[in-house]
Design a binder for this molecule. Structure first.
Ligand SMILES: Cc1ncc(COP(=O)(O)O)c(C=O)c1O
Length: 378
């Protein structure tokens, strides 16, 4: 079979399993993006970024280790490190690149890494690049992790890896327990704050702040394409870990630095997050409201959790059909299918943002019930 035929077979298989993806631009009321605070469209971010483009040009022209460096990058890194109450921070071009970088750089041959079964693909891929022994523990199960750690002794270092807010389930990891476990076992805790940074904590810096576990965390990864409305990601931690990444993290060393104008947008976003307690509260209170509405209508939704609310459907085709009906009714909701989520757990991933209202959430819930009924009847 030649390559073209082989790929055609793979595509046919994906289509038969209801797993073909399409590229669909935003349309309708946003109930699926990660723009939780609405900052991607904020006039201040647009203005600051546009001014920076006019001043600095478009591309950075090289790796940060060569001519791609700008003082605006190191300034925003220092500022973000202060925000996270860590010694240092390093900016990567995406959260995906940051996760690959961190895990590939820190995990070595004699090490063991304990990873939540629902961790994001970028953490899984990072572990593949790292050479440590992998132990996958059941989702947020502290007792199982403790047992695994008692059994999983190794000659090198041990790492625990989890997201603070899980991207497809919207639940929050038992971070205090992980911190205690890491401290007692002498293990290093790595936390991905992708969906927590900007939303949780008194100052909006994430769940590490909210749970007051900063001293137990080796590094956190803070993607900026979500609540901060920009792009890229800061890895934050002690100076020796961050210095090492700047030397050895391949996605940092061997890649052109992001457009310098992004530093201006990040600075503006951080201003708004620091002043944005009301916006954060609004997102979380709208999320609680939607959770209660859905529970009233019989959906299996936890009363507490984050701004991400999964509506489990199961089958791939049904999830696509429910999402399609909602889109036709004017709501931008997307179906999430394997391998993004485990087999048989296709779902709608509903995310709440500060621009929504209770009235919109009520009409969305009505539309969802109608869409579920017609999918069941089909
Ligand atoms: C938990 C988690 N980590 C990392 C990433 C990757 O971040 P980015 O989109 O900036 O590459 C995502 C994005 O979907 C995510 O949900």
């Amino acid at each position: 079979m030649d390559l073209r035929q082989r790929i055609a077979t793979r595509m046919t298989r994906l289509a038969a399993a209801g797993l073909l993806r399409t590229l669909q631009p935003p349309r309708g009321i946003d109930l699926c993006s990660n723009d939780y605070l609405g900052l991607s469209q904020h006039p201040e971010l647009k203005r600051r970024m546009a001014e920076a483009v006019l001043r600095e040009g478009c591309g950075s022209t090289g790796s940060r280790l060569l001519r791609g460096e700008r003082s605006a990058f190191s300034a925003i890194e220092k500022r973000f490190a202060r925000f996270k109450r860590t010694e240092a921070a390093l900016y990567f071009s995406s959260g995906y690149a940051a996760n690959l970088a961190v895990l590939a750089a820190f995990l070595e041959t004699d090490d063991a890494v304990f990873s939540d079964e629902l961790n994001h693909a970028s953490l899984i891929d990072g572990m593949r690049l790292g050479r440590a022994r992998k132990i996958i523990f059941p989702h947020s199960n502290v007792a199982a992790l403790r047992k695994d750690m008692e059994r999983g002794l190794c000659r090198g270092q041990r790492f625990i890896i989890a997201e603070s807010v899980f991207s497809m389930d919207g639940d929050i990891a038992p971070l205090k327990d992980y911190a205690a476990l890491a401290e007692s076992a002498g293990a290093s805790l790595i936390i991905d704050e992708a969906h927590a940074a900007g939303i949780f904590g008194e100052r909006g810096s994430g769940c590490i702040e909210a749970e007051n576990i900063g001293s137990a965390v080796l590094v956190s990864i803070n993607p900026m394409g979500k609540a901060f409305g920009c792009a890229g990601a800061f890895v934050c931690g002690p100076w020796w870990a961050i210095d090492y990444l700047a030397q050895r993290a391949r996605p940092f060393v061997f890649s052109t630095a992001p457009p310098p104008s992004i530093a201006a947008a990040l600075d503006a976003a951080l201003d708004l997050v620091e002043k944005g307690a009301e916006r954060r509260k609004r997102v979380l209170s709208l999320a609680r409201y939607l959770r209660a509405l859905l529970a009233e209508r019989g959906f299996d939704v936890a009363p507490q959790g984050s701004q991400i609310i999964p509506i489990l459907i199961g089958g791939n085709a049904q999830a696509m059909s429910v999402a399609g009906s909602l889109q036709n009714a004017g709501f931008d909701v997307r179906a999430i299918r394997p391998p993004t989520v485990p087999e048989g757990t296709a779902r709608l991933r509903v995310s709440v943002n500060a621009g929504l209202t209770e009235a919109i959430l009520r009409s969305f819930t009505d539309a969802l019930c109608t869409a579920m009924r017609s999918a069941a009847a089909a």
